[in-house]
Ligand binder design. Structure first.
Ligand SMILES: [Zn+2]
Length: 192
């Protein structure tokens, strides 16, 4: 079922450029994997686990057990620093996409709900804004696997599983990127 796109015109190509520009700043090629934790450091965003943030009496397993849907959230601290709290119990590839998604929100300067301010919060979710979520999904996935990097891998005839391993992404993410970037069509024109 196709979802209606709420992405502004030009958002996708801008996101692809951003993903490459950030790699360039870190001395990486478009085809290089980019670690979400490294990108966070580069953007001056500290990443925490709930264990480091919530009071000891909080039952963390209840909140973020690996079977729970909660992924990550971005918030401002009292001193106005931007931090990400992420579910460290998710698989490594999922943690990467969770972090990239949150950093996409930060890069896009999406507004934080007022109640995210301050550290004394109950366990909460970002207030759901469909357009912001679509933007973060697209940019987040581009940060993890650039379109040029995807072309590079497909020209080398790498399988989805190999591409996933190279970018520390899930195979589902690779397939999503292949579908949303229309790279196969471009490769067809190029005679691959
Ligand atoms: Zn989000």
């Amino acid at each position: 079922m196709a979802k209606v796109s709420l992405l502004p015109r030009g958002f996708k190509s801008k996101a692809e450029k951003t993903a490459i520009a950030l790699r360039t700043e870190l001395g990486l090629l478009a085809s290089d994997p980019l670690c979400g934790f490294k990108l966070a450091e580069h953007l001056n965003v500290k990443v925490f686990t709930p264990l480091e943030i919530f009071p000891a009496e909080t039952n963390i397993e209840d909140l973020v057990g690996s079977d729970k849907g909660w992924s990550a959230l971005t918030m401002k601290t009292g001193s106005d620093a931007t931090i990400i709290i992420h579910n460290h119990l998710h698989a490594p590839a999922r943690q990467q996409s969770n972090l990239m998604h949150e950093m996409a929100h930060i890069i896009c300067c999406h507004k934080q709900p007022e109640r995210h301010k301050g550290i004394n919060l109950p366990f909460i979710m970002r207030e759901f804004d469909p357009q912001q979520e679509q933007e973060a999904n697209y940019l987040g996935s581009a940060l993890q696997i650039t379109r040029d990097g995807l072309l590079w891998a497909l020209k080398k005839r790498m399988e989805v599983a190999e591409i996933a391993e190279h970018y520390n992404a899930s195979p589902a993410m690779v397939t999503l990127r292949i579908n949303t970037t229309a790279v196969k069509k471009q490769l067809g024109y190029m005679g691959y």
